[in-house]
Design a binder for this molecule. Structure first.
Ligand SMILES: [Zn+2]
Length: 87
């Protein structure tokens, strides 16, 4: 895991048409019928964030290789500094 930096350009194509995909957890909760079968009806339970997010570039299709990104307390997009290293 590298250092996180404020950056809003794609490391692959330099474009700025980026999306942040934040993963959340949901449960589908099924009642058990009197005959012992699991009901087809369910209700959804929101278990909140997984603290896991990916960045996606809408221009070239690049996706962040891991979930080491997100936003800081001021709302700026954070990316792994290592994604911008030229080797
Ligand atoms: Zn791109």
């Amino acid at each position: 895991m590298g250092d996180l930096i404020r950056r809003n350009i794609c490391p692959n194509c330099g474009g700025t048409n980026l999306e942040l995909d934040c993963l959340y957890q949901y449960g589908l909760i099924y009642k058990i019928n009197k005959d012992g079968k699991v009901s087809k009806k369910y209700r959804k339970q929101d278990y909140g964030t997984m603290d896991c997010a990916y960045i996606h570039c809408c221009d070239c299709g690049w996706g962040s290789p891991d979930a080491d990104c997100g936003n800081d307390s001021e709302g700026y997009l954070l990316m792994d500094k290592d994604w911008f290293k030229e080797d």
